[in-house]
Design a protein around this ligand. Sequence first.
Ligand SMILES: Cc1cc2nc3c(=O)[nH]c(=O)nc-3n(C[C@H](O)[C@H](O)[C@H](O)COP(=O)(O)OP(=O)(O)OC[C@H]3O[C@@H](n4cnc5c(N)ncnc54)[C@H](O)[C@@H]3O)c2cc1C
Length: 470
Amino acid sequence: MPHDHLVGDLSDTTFDVIVVGAGSTGENVADYAVRGGLSVVMLESELVGGECSYWACMPSKALLRPVELASEARALPGVSVGPLDVEAVFARRDAFTSHWKDDSQISWATGAGIVVVRGHGRLTGEKQVVVDGVTLTARHAVVIATGSAPALPPVEGLAEAHPWTARQATSATQAPGRLAVLGGGVIGVEMAFAYQALGSQVALVERGERVLANNEPEAGRRVLQALRDAGVDVRTGASARQVSRDGTVTITLDDDTTIEADEVLVAAGRRANTDDLGLESIGLTPGDWLSVDDTMRVEGVDWLYAAGDVNHRALLTHMGKYQARVAGTVIAARAKGEQVTGAWTKHAATADHDVVPQVVFSDPPLASVGLTEKAARAKGLDVTTVSYEIGDTAGGSLYADDNPGWAQLVVAGDRLVGATFYGPGVTEMVHAATVAIVGEVPLQRLWHAVSSYPTQTEVWLRLLDQLPHG
Ligand SMILES: Cc1cc2nc3c(=O)[nH]c(=O)nc-3n(C[C@H](O)[C@H](O)[C@H](O)COP(=O)(O)OP(=O)(O)OC[C@H]3O[C@@H](n4cnc5c(N)ncnc54)[C@H](O)[C@@H]3O)c2cc1C
């Protein structure tokens, strides 16, 4: 193997575990497997740290945090805020991505005892992965942690117009004069807020009648209003029919209206990063998401695991890391012949099913966990919902003048199954709901979890007071 591909010691080509993909998930699988006493090689074709560190969570939130802080400050009398220093915002973003260098992540990984190889891994058969012409063999497991990639919708002329994906949106060095965003999901919404605040005139095209379709409808409506209040030209119920670039980008919508922009960002979903992974060599289909059980083992292949975005359970860094802890621990346990235990133990990613927390860093943010009302009803649960304006609590009114905050609980029987918080400062509020759902805390007990006065968490009492079990 050429020396520049070899970050660690590759004197041996047989390892207990081969991890393909060193994003936040792969790194954690490897770490937990090493801690479990196994030898691990981790392959990475681009940068150790993956999307989250360089082209997703960290750079996008580095762009959005100043936007959120400035908005909060602007909403209070007595606090003076100037315009955003756009150059400084981009410079801080660059620091958070370590200027797209992975030296520190590599030294962490090698320090943790993981052998790191830079190269593209492909399965060639049972427990075998080829990287750069060298065949590696796993004694116990191969873990696929190759993540996801942006999906390009079949819109005429879109590919030829060289659209931005999340990668360009998170690594751009300046804000385009006009930015068109296709898709009103999390990435589209977050980037629309970011670039509008950084000086672009943003237009956002969303097929549905509101943005963030996977969240509670009321939350989606409020985020839509906030986008419009920020100056974003949001076109709902609209789809792009054709895109062309001739100096500027022209997007023709299905009602024949057009949007002119300097750049167009496609934020229309993700696809599995499995098309060039050799899946066909083991009877699986390239391009498919890898379906797994709760131990992260790929259905039907007892030595193959898939964690993170690639298994399509929950495309979020924290859920990938959670799955990674499970996968690494399970692989080590199985290697030692230990019994693998069931739900809600360290051997099963039980929370994947119904207790996934997510923060959308809109301005203001939206934080949720568990089931929406619609999802709970679809599961046949007998559901009650209660909601409350956070601004009508003492803490909420102090936190922000004209606080637009709103919260909702979804309850089945005497248990919380879902919660949504929207408004300034709610990002840290959702974890209490996560704990209550995971802990299956009965509502009559939750009622005794007293919120501090005057904080926005007072909304919990107002919500619980509306429920019979409260
Ligand atoms: C703009 C944006 C913002 C986001 N913000 C958030 C957020 O705020 N919070 C949150 O929780 N989630 C966020 N996400 C989602 C989050 O980025 C992903 O869930 C997370 O990065 C998935 O991690 P992963 O390890 O599964 O995959 P990845 O991070 O994609 O890592 C996979 C790695 O595998 C490598 N690889 C692929 N194929 C091979 C191969 N054959 N051989 C070797 N290496 C290979 C890739 O180069 C990559 O480094 C965001 C996503 C985007 C796009």
